[in-house]
Design a binder for this molecule. Structure first.
Ligand SMILES: N[C@@H](CCC(=O)N[C@@H](CS)C(=O)NCC(=O)O)C(=O)O
Length: 208
């Protein structure tokens, strides 16, 4: 099986770097400079018409959207490594649920909040009411994750899966970048600390 991974440092591709490192999957990594516009070149647009990273090509087939990539990697390599539940099990349904929740609900709210507050986005895009609204939404979602982790070491249960790695790689960077105080969410804080200490995660985060 051949895998080419298109990424850029400090981007959503970090989530996939973490998974590839944990799964120990041999791949060719192609580094993009987003400011230089590598992602908008015709050859790459033919793979991903959105012109975004992460994108992977698995045996000649392009896959984009980080959740789709996580599922593809989980199915191919994760079951054997104990990082993704087997097809057709209740655990797999739970993993899919929280993985998609992490991207659609949690990451969606985090990015909407950042778009209205952070220096990564032009000040004229900031809207105080939107910021207030999305901050409340974000805190609500973080409380949901904290409750999920109450009495459960990992999101799907006793084992760390790609779901934990995916959520933690977004939150590890995003909560800091958005300056979100989550100190009172003890389960979430402990879980995030544990994931960030994993050697493969540390290595992937340092490299991307
Ligand atoms: N929903 C996509 C988001 C991908 C995305 O927004 N990637 C950004 C980097 S964080 C990108 O490539 N931006 C370059 C551009 O839009 O020109 C995913 O989860 O894969």
């Amino acid at each position: 099986m051949s895998i080419t991974f298109y990424y850029a440092p400090q981007s959503s591709a970090g989530r996939i770097s973490v998974s590839l490192a944990e799964l120990d999957v041999p791949h060719e990594a192609v580094r993009f400079d987003l400011r230089a516009g590598d992602q908008k070149k015709p050859d790459f647009l033919a793979l991903n018409p959105n012109g975004k990273v992460p994108t992977v090509v698995i045996d000649g087939t392009p896959v984009f959207e980080s959740v789709a990539i996580q599922i593809a990697l989980g199915e191919r390599y994760g079951v054997q490594k104990g990082l993704w539940p087997a097809a057709g099990t209740p655990e797999q349904l739970t993993a899919l649920t929280w993985l998609v929740w992490g991207q659609v609900s949690l990451t969606g709210a985090l990015f909407r909040y950042m778009a209205n507050t952070s220096e990564y986005f032009p000040k004229e895009m900031h809207n105080e009411k939107q910021a207030e609204h999305t901050l409340a939404e974000l805190h609500g979602l973080l409380r949901i994750l904290d409750s999920r982790l109450d009495g459960r070491p990992y999101v799907t249960g006793e084992r760390c899966t790609l779901v934990d790695l995916d959520l933690a790689s977004v939150l590890g960077w995003g909560l800091m970048a958005a300056k979100i105080d989550f100190a009172e969410l003890k389960n979430l804080k402990g879980w995030l600390g544990r994931i960030m200490e994993r050697p493969a995660v540390k290595k992937a985060m340092a490299e991307t």
